[in-house]
Design a protein around this ligand. Structure first.
Ligand SMILES: Nc1nc2c(c(=O)[nH]1)N[C@H]1C(S)=C(S)[C@@H](COP(=O)(O)O)O[C@H]1N2
Ligand SMILES: [Mo]
Length: 254
């Protein structure tokens, strides 16, 4: 009797381990999607969406003023290799990536500086593990959309009522050479501290910090805060994203 129970427990354990091993083996051997086996990518995606649903993209970030005289910490220079001339630099804004006839804008840095200026500060966090308080100034992305009439599927954005129904769900940004590119959910882009910045810590942006214009999106890890923006477009479908293609979590929520 006792013996039989021991054997039964052993058999149950064996079946359990075999099933666990098979599942593990299956997950790792499955075809890849953006550098991750598909089941793991799906789990990562669900996890990111789950945490996003807790209001990550709308929570305000502490506004602690950083030391202005401290040198900026610089990290990441993909898409910043060549020179950039602020006098000839343009920001291309494309109304809808699926529609070649959609409205397009081509803006100079002077055009952008004429838009209302907003100052903000936040803790800037890199997935490598460091974080730094930074102050930054530029145009709030929500003001940018409202004043230029971009981001809505039909006509100009109003930001009234259920936003998801009329605004594109995705915003994409790229460097002028297209070597670094990110995509973000519209909600995070409308956060009041999400800014297209031309100043950091009280000084005009340096070349390594993304001059003449960069994104700062403090509800996300630093990977999303693209430096040297050359192009912005709106999309119904999630656009390509440099680090997500390399296996990272697309949401990059803090
Ligand atoms: N064009 C471009 N933007 C970029 C990167 C990059 O490699 N190229 N790196 C990102 C990463 S990983 C971080 S942490 C921040 C760093 O911003 P900083 O140089 O102002 O500290 O920029 C982001 N924006
Ligand atoms: Mo980073």
């Amino acid at each position: 009797m006792k013996n039989r129970r021991t054997w039964l427990s052993f058999a149950v354990l064996l079946v359990g381990f075999t099933a666990a091993f098979a599942a593990w083996h299956f997950a790792w051997r499955a075809p890849e999607e953006n550098a991750l086996p598909r089941p793991l990518r799906a789990a990562l995606e669900r996890n990111g969406a789950f945490w996003q649903s807790f209001g990550n993209s709308t929570a305000s970030r502490p506004n602690s003023p950083p030391p202005v005289d401290k040198p900026l910490r610089v990290n990441g220079d993909i898409g910043l290799e060549g020179p950039v001339d602020p006098a000839t630099w343009r920001l291309e804004v494309i109304g809808n990536d699926q529609d070649p006839k959609a409205r397009r804008l081509s803006l100079s840095i002077e055009d952008i500086k004429k838009l209302p200026r907003t100052e903000s500060s936040a803790e800037f966090r890199c997935i490598e593990g460091w974080s730094e308080p930074v102050a930054y100034a530029g145009v709030r992305f929500s003001d940018f959309l409202r004043l230029l009439g971009m981001g809505a599927k039909h006509g100009a954005p109003t930001f009234a009522g259920p936003q998801a129904a009329e605004l594109f769900p995705y915003v994409a940004l790229e460097t002028p050479d297209g070597k670094y590119y990110v995509s973000l959910d519209m909600e995070s882009m409308l956060h009041p501290q999400t800014i297209l910045a031309y100043e950091m810590n009280g000084k005009p942006l340096g070349v390594e910090s993304g001059a003449p214009l960069r994104l700062i999106v403090p509800v996300k890890y630093g990977i999303k805060s693209l430096k040297r923006v050359g192009k912005i477009y709106f999309s119904e479908r999630r656009p390509r994203d440099y680090w997500a293609e390399d296996g990272y979590d697309w949401h990059a929520n803090l």
